[in-house]
Design a protein around this ligand. Structure first.
Ligand code: FES
Ligand code: FES
Length: 152
């Protein structure tokens, strides 16, 4: 199998995997970066969201061979001490219920605020609607994104 050298959370990491292996499984099974979750495997739920060159992507749909030298950031690498403005806002608003969807939600929100630090409520709703929360924490998720936007 080919050996892939990936740039993950600022470190070079190598995985010997088939070229069509989804990035999600490389992160979780090879590098034990288990903050990124498997929800649907078909790009519908957002639980597997990570950043590729600062943009939110669904790692369950991304073959490892397509990543190349792109900079991948997972929830473990979003901040050194869990103090990214989105993480601070999440704590303030007390967003999570079961927590399963939360890494994907936070990564989606962080990518949104990186490209637009002051999104409108509609932009927040439209962007975050793409991430499913089975616990229905949508109101708190939206509130936390707005709170985070005031910190940036
Ligand atoms: S696990 Fe990737 S979008 Fe659901
Ligand atoms: S907090 Fe449980 S799925 Fe979102």
């Amino acid at each position: 199998m080919p050996l892939y050298t990936l740039n993950i959370n600022g470190e070079k990491m190598q995985a010997d995997v088939a070229e069509d292996t989804p990035l999600l499984w490389v992160l979780r099974d090879h590098f034990r970066l288990t903050g990124t979750k498997y929800g649907c495997g078909i790009g519908q739920c957002g639980a597997c969201t990570v950043h590729l060159n600062g943009n939110a992507v669904r790692s369950c749909l991304m073959p490892v061979s397509s990543v190349q030298t792109g900079a991948i950031t997972t929830i473990e690498g979003l901040s050194e001490n869990g103090d990214h403005p989105v993480q601070q806002a999440w704590e303030e608003v007390d967003v999570p219920q079961c927590g399963y969807c939360q890494a994907g939600q936070i990564m989606t929100a962080a990518a949104l605020l990186k490209r637009n630090a002051k999104p409108s409520v509609n932009e927040v709703v439209n962007t975050m609607n793409a991430n499913i929360c089975r616990c229905g924490a949508y109101h708190r998720i939206r509130e936390a994104v707005i709170v985070a936007s005031k910190k940036i």
